[in-house]
Ligand binder design. Sequence first.
Ligand code: TXA
Ligand code: MG
Length: 317
Amino acid sequence: MGPDMQTRVFSPDADGYDAAASALRDGGLVAFPTETVYGLGGDARNDMAVARIFEAKARPRFNPLIVHVNSISAAREFVEWPDQADILAQAFWPGPMTLVLPLKPGTGLSPLVTADLPTLAIRVPAHPVAQNLLATFGGPVAAPSANPSGRISPTTADHVLAGLNGKIAAVLDGGACEVGVESTILGLAGTPTLLRPGGLPVEAIEAALHDTLDTRGNCDPLTAPGQLASHYAPNAQVRLEATEKRTGEVLLGFGPVDADLNLSPAGDLTEATANLFRHLHSLDAMGAETIAVSPIPNHGLGRAINDRLRRAASPRS
Ligand code: TXA
Ligand code: MG
């Protein structure tokens, strides 16, 4: 069975932005780089476009999407805006943070975006290519990570094509993503709650809020419908906290260990985060049966790395 359509690759220049924005206006899907991972964008006000996102990813319809806008004032058109949202947005937008807030009525968003929840996940990405695309398009863009549902998130245009070639209109190639894991998601509809650790460390958020976050909701599928256990799955099995490499395994190292690939020989968590999905993609492409992974400290960005690795290691559904 051949691909359904020709996926075009656009360069991040004036022509590329115009072509990408016009594909979005036609209800097409355009993958684009953000500072975290590549997103699979569609017009958030167009039911057909949003339905195509779920279809292209084979994503369950009950798993809502993040809406991307290019400014705080644009975000405020869609959601209620408590003081805590303002503090965090002023401190960390544009950047790798998503806020879940009560959805305002009459915004014109497709109800498929929120999977009929009364809340909306929204973020202002920092990547200049994402910013330019949003400005050229001039409207809200719904975008999950640009990978087939349950697979490793893409941090290059090649990763996007490996998973979605022939299923989407285009990809804007902006090179490798700097952060390398998805945004940190915070629920602000009630007590500030960490829904997904990500590219912005919890410690930074708590410092800005002068308060601690509720981190218990993290793995509850009712508060974060997308946080299914088996996620970010490479083809290989994954074994965590590995202190040695067993027969038939490849080792994904961290710190000064003898490894097949190393997230950061110097033990730097920022570098390790940026390398995580790329190294998982590479080890998977080598056809490894089991990927053993060195222990990763569980603070700062290490929390997001460990979250993704635990999901990669959990039994497949
Ligand atoms: O960095 C990112 O966040 C990337 C880039 C493209 O922006 N996007 C991303 O989207 O990771 P996705 O769809 O792979 O993950 C979004 C997560 C899902 O787990 C979903 O369940 C959750 O956000 N989510 C969306 N709307 C929500 C809501 N109203 N309440 C709770 N969780 C929500
Ligand atoms: Mg995803």
